[in-house]
Structure formats: C-alpha cells, structure tokens
Design a protein around this ligand. Structure first.
Ligand code: C6P
Length: 408
C-alpha cells in the first residue's frame, strides 16, 4: 500500500528542506531531535509579532484580548489533540522535561514517602530518569527499573513482578527516542492500577506518530513537547487528571498562578493556571494550534503509514550494508533507526553523512543507561517525518555504505 499523502506538495510547506548543505541537497533525518516547521507555523509567529503581540490574561485592551483568545485556542487544540476531558487538565509548560519535573516535584513532594517505589524503564530519556532520582534522594523512595530484551522491548513479566503495594508511581516512555520501540502503555497502565499506582506517560516521541487519547489510555499524566510535532521549541503540554492536579501544590510561584496575595497568605488560581506562573512563551503557544492543525489536516494514520513505509524500506536496505548493526529491532516501532558500524565511531559516521548533506543524530540520545545496557558508547540515529522520501533513504543508504567501507 502506498501513501495517500502528496509528499512533493507537503515539502513545499517546509522551506528549510529545499536548501543544499555542503553543496548537496539536505536530507533531514534528525526528526526525533526536532521536526522542521511548516509555513503555517512560521507564519503564525510572524502574524502574532506583527499583529497582536501582547501579554495574556492581564490586559483589557484589544491586543491583549486577541492574544489571550489565540493563546486559549491553542490550549483547546491541544485538548482535542490528546482528547483530554477538559481545558483545566491541559497545562502549558516549557516542554516534556518541565512537565515531568513539575509532576515529580509537585506530586512527588506531597505524596511520595520513604519506602515508596517508583518504576521507570531502561528505555527512558534522562528527562524521565533524573527528576525521579532527585525525588528519591529527597524522600527516601526507591527507583526500580524495568529491564528490556535484546530487541529493545520491555520485559513485561519483570514489570508485573515489580508491581506491589509499595509501588506509588510508574513513569514510562510511550515511544523510545533512541530505539523507536512502541511500549504497550495501555496494558502497563491497567497493570499499575491493580496496585493503585499513578502513571505518567512520556509522549514526546509518540504524539507525532501515534493517535493519542488520554481518556482511552486512562493515564494520570501525559507530557509532550511542541517542537517534535511540527511546532516550535520552548513549549509543551502537561495533561493531568483534574482531581489529581487539584490535589497538588503549585510548582512555581509568581504572577498568574495566584488568586490573592497578601504578606500573610496567598491563595492559588484555579486549574490550569495554578501551574502557569509568569508570562508564558505566548507566540510559540499561539503557533501550536497551527502545528496541531497541520497534523490533523494530513491525518495521523496517513502520517504513520508513510513513516512506516520509510522505516521498512530503510531497514531492509540497511540490513544489506556489511558491518552495520541496527540497535533496536522491536516488533512495534516508529520511524527511528539507531545503528552502529564495526570499527567506526558513531560520531565519525555522523560527520561523513553530514559532509553529504545528511543530518542524523549521533551520541547517547540522552539515554546513557540504555546505551550501557547494550554495551555501547552511543549510536547514529536516523529518524523520519512526514516530509521524508524513499529517494532520501536511497541517498542515505548509499552514503552510509560508502562511509563504512571507507572508515572500517
Ligand atoms: N529527545 C532526541 O533527540 P524536551 O527536550 O523537553 O523537548 O524533550 C525531552 C525528551 C523527553 N522524552 C523523550 C522520549 C524525548 O525524546 C525527549 C527529547 C530529543 O531524542 C532531544 S534529547
């Protein structure tokens, strides 16, 4: 089955893609780090700054009203995008990292105690490891890690064995940024419920590829960053179930998050504003509506199908390259391929590809414990987005094979 999308037309929306790098047409395969932005998103930023730049939720004048309306329209777009039940459950953050820190700090400080257990997995990004380690240091809680198999899939039997009445929190990644593995998070949430644990899903790499319905998943928290879903950097969304968010203390103190302040006592604003202290990144929030609209217009299922075709095509071709090993061969994967080559450092591979206009990421991908699990110092990683093509995969595979042959 071939894609229903007109990729040539889609590429017109992304002006950055038509440039040459080192004299070669750019092949951008670093989409898991950040996706490129369509004109619809770029224009939204310009329109905001040229037309209605103003602070939100504060002024009564025309521009303030227009900015506030646009800001809140993005919240509604995000609510619809993940199917949250209400706008009160959609908190605007700086990104996935801040979302997880907010929960670990606010929920964690109030509800996690010495002897409690928090479960994460070997696949986690540092953003879903370090905040929990910090909480464990502060509270005396214990961090437990779900192991994986050689393919990069979670060992669900081990997870089941880990769950016990001391398990208070499970925080897992939906899609691994380093390997592309899609975790069975719905099943994991159901299992956590049996022991009464809360669950946070790190959706950073999931939202651009998979349909996300937080009510269907029944997660307690869900976090993602706009910049990985054709939006801009510096903003993200934290979804939390209303009654849980209500039970949590504020994360940051300041303007906007308060109802009344006196030197004797401060009362806090209602949800979601209780968690939104200070002037937010308004322009980028406004642009989020356009990024979500772009994905909705193309259709997640169509995007997923196209990326899956690229994944299958590239995987087959790469398997033919001598001395190359793909790290992460889970049955359920998105368009992310991590690889190493015998006798060649991943950094050198990245440099050789770059010399040919091909952008991949190299290193640990902020998943050092995962790299240690495979006994490697890092990988090179190609990751696909809707605008990538099989022709680009052909160029990539050709240059990769040449580079490995030359350097090994
Ligand atoms: N991964 C990558 O190249 P921020 O930086 O807050 O937008 O996202 C952090 C983060 C959290 N979880 C997962 C699964 C992620 O993939 C990321 C970001 C990028 O893989 C940059 S390290």
């Amino acid at each position: 089955m071939t894609t229903k999308l007109d990729i040539v037309q889609i590429r017109q929306d992304f002006p950055i893609l038509s440039q040459t790098v080192h004299g070669k047409p750019l092949v951008y395969f670093d989409n898991a780090a950040t996706s490129q932005k369509p004109l619809q998103v770029i224009n939204a930023l310009t329109d905001y700054y040229t037309g209605y730049n103003s602070n939100v939720h504060r002024g009564v004048h025309f521009l303030a009203d227009k900015a506030t309306t646009a800001f809140e329209e993005s919240r509604e777009a995000a609510r619809r995008f993940i199917n949250a039940a209400s706008l009160e459950e959609v908190v605007i953050t700086k990104g996935t990292t801040e979302g997880i820190n907010l929960v670990a700090s606010s929920y964690g400080r109030k509800f996690i105690k010495e002897g409690d257990e928090i479960i994460i997995s070997t696949l986690e990004h540092h953003a879903n490891i370090v905040p929990w380690q910090m909480l464990c240091e502060q509270t005396g809680a214990k961090l437990r890690i779900i192991p994986i198999n050689e393919q990069g899939e979670l060992l669900m039997d081990e997870y089941e064995k880990m769950l016990n009445p001391r398990t208070k929190f499970v925080s897992v990644v939906y899609v691994s940024n380093a390997l592309g593995t899609i975790n069975p998070v719905k099943e994991m949430i159901k299992m956590a419920r049996k022991v009464g644990a809360l669950v946070l899903i790190d959706g950073a790499q999931a939202v651009s590829h998979l349909d996300t319905d937080v009510q269907d998943l029944d997660c307690d928290f869900f976090v993602f960053s706009a910049h990985k879903v054709y939006g801009t950097t510096g903003i993200g969304i934290l979804y939390g179930k209303k009654e849980i968010l209500e039970s949590m203390p504020p994360f940051l103190g300041g303007g906007e998050m308060i109802k009344e302040v006196s030197f004797e006592k401060t009362t806090y604003n209602s949800l979601p504003y209780k968690f939104e202290a200070g002037t937010p990144n308004i322009a980028d929030v406004v642009a989020l509506k356009y990024a979500i609209g772009y994905v909705e217009k193309l259709g997640k299922a169509n995007i997923a199908q196209h990326e899956h075709e690229l994944l299958t095509y590239a995987t087959e071709k790469m398997q033919e390259i001598p001395k190359l090993t793909i790290i992460g061969t889970a049955k359920e994967k998105v368009g992310v391929i991590s690889f190493v080559a015998e006798g060649v450092h991943h950094f050198d591979l990245g440099m050789m590809l770059d010399a040919n206009g091909i952008a991949v990421r190299t290193g640990t991908h902020c998943t050092m414990p995962l790299m240690s699990r495979f006994g490697i110092s890092g990988t090179a990683r190609a990751s696909f987005a809707v605008y990538n093509t099989k022709e680009e995969v052909d160029i990539f595979v050709r240059e990769l094979a040449k580079a490995i042959q030359m350097m090994s």
